[in-house]
Design a protein around this ligand. Structure first.
Ligand code: ATP
Ligand code: MG
Length: 405
């Protein structure tokens, strides 16, 4: 659907802190890889946009209207981490960008590379892509501090008008609102299934706390299953029906048959159980669709299984407009910024997602192969137990890419 010219304009924001260490290195690598694959037939037209500290120094604004306009115009942006200015009244720049472009799907592939130390027993089984809803849930930011007039009004309304005064609900409470809509859920879940089809995945799992939050997280579960029926799936619900009627063996046979027909097995797992399962049986999951807050916890937990945030890529995408921001998922890491030792892998892997998104899959393949080989040889930055600097590690990747015939 996305029409990509031979020289697409890609916005980039280098980012703050370690962004300045890793961005120039990743960009250098991407240009080499594109040239290696396409010669001079295709190339990226990089367009620099300013946000964060760099922008503030130029015009006193952390995120200018001009930058937002550029990002909406060119659809695809690659960015390093941005620091959130300290002080009240500042929203995170990352969150602001996501909201302005309605980037409703946060996509995070988590994959293990041989040679990297992991705290779990079977890390080689970790190959999971998280689709996290990005616009709703308690992240909507509808919160009222304790004892403010707004909180008081809501408390009165809830305890009197809704007559739920049986539960403990002191007037001193702070109040948060958790909106979850069928529309918001369904567009996210559709994106997850489209990815499953595109990548020939066999399993999609919905993660929620519908047992406790019946209408919000339970709603997510219900609406998600409604979308599943639009796709070639065999669901846990169907499995359970067959099991109740004809027994477990019959249900297993039906599942096997469905999978052999290329159908996707769909089930749902309660979030707390899911966090156990990804440690014990990560092989049971391929694509995960979940709400905003669950997605936040799950992303970090999974990243830790494969080497941490220095190697965890991500993208925020609106699959309807085509807008996408590919970004390192870690922060600005002020403790190591400017020392040239940050791991560029998170940003590089985000770039691979970008090349896949553009349909330039050959480019992502050769970079990935270079990374697989480098890690196997034990070459990596200090966060992964190695001793290489940001640029030395990038040099290794570049030489692997250029060695290819
Ligand atoms: P921010 O306020 O911008 O979120 P932070 O202080 O939370 O920054 P993070 O960037 O989230 O810091 O990093 C947390 C830890 O992970 C830090 O110790 C940091 O050095 C480390 N870290 C983050 N990114 C990288 C990277 N690319 N390479 C190596 N270590 C990293
Ligand atoms: Mg942080």
């Amino acid at each position: 659907k996305l029409i990509v010219p031979d020289a697409p304009t890609i916005n980039y924001i280098s980012g703050d802190g370690v962004g300045q260490d890793i961005f120039p290195q990743a960009k250098r690598l991407f240009d080499v890889a594109v040239e290696q694959v396409y010669g001079n037939h295709k190339k990226i037209e990089w367009h620099q946009c300013f946000a964060g500290q760099e922008s503030f120094e130029m015009n006193g604004q952390y995120l200018s209207d001009e930058t937002v306009a550029e990002i909406s115009e060119n659809l695809v942006t690659l960015k390093g981490p941005l620091m959130t200015p300290v002080g009240e009244g500042f929203r995170s720049l990352n969150v602001t960008l996501r909201q302005k472009l309605d980037l409703y799907a946060c996509v995070r592939p988590v994959e293990y590379f041989d040679g990297i130390e992991s705290p779990i027993k079977n890390p080689q089984n970790v190959d999971i892509t998280i689709f996290r809803e990005n616009t709703e849930d308690i992240y909507a930011g509808i919160e009222f501090a304790s004892r403010t007039p707004e909180a008081q009004k809501l408390i009165k309304f809830i305890s009197n008008e809704l007559q739920i005064n049986k539960i403990r609900f002191p007037e001193s409470s702070a109040i948060g609102v958790k909106p979850v809509s069928p529309e918001g859920t369904k567009r996210l879940v559709r994106a997850a299934f489209d990815e499953a089809l595109k990548k020939s995945k066999q399993r999609v799992t919905f993660v929620h706390k519908g047992n406790i939050m019946k209408f919000t997280e339970g709603g997510f579960r219900k609406w998600a299953y409604e979308i599943a029926s639009d796709y070639p799936t065999f669901t846990k619900l169907e499995f359970d029906q067959i099991k109740a009627k004809s027994g477990i063996e019959a249900a297993k046979d039906a599942k096997g048959l469905a999978l052999s027909e290329g159908k996707i097995f769909v089930d749902d797992v309660i979030a707390d159980n899911f966090l156990q399962q990804i440690i014990i049986h990560p092989e049971n999951f391929e694509i995960v669709a979940t709400l905003n807050l669950n997605g936040d916890y799950i992303s970090d937990a999974l990243a830790a299984e494969v080497g941490g945030i220095g190697i965890a890529p991500g993208a925020n995408i609106n699959f309807e407009t085509g807008h996408a921001i590919f970004e390192a998922t870690h922060g600005t890491a002020p403790d190591i910024a400017g020392q040239g030792k940050a791991n560029p892998s998170s940003l590089i892997l985000s770039g691979l997602m970008m090349f896949d998104y553009l349909g330039w899959t050959e480019v992502s393949k050769i970079i990935k192969k270079a990374m697989v080989d480098a890690f196997k040889e034990g070459r990596c930055t200090s966060d992964l137990g190695g001793s290489m600097s940001t640029s030395e590690f990038t040099d290794v990747l570049i030489s692997h890419i250029q060695m290819k015939p």
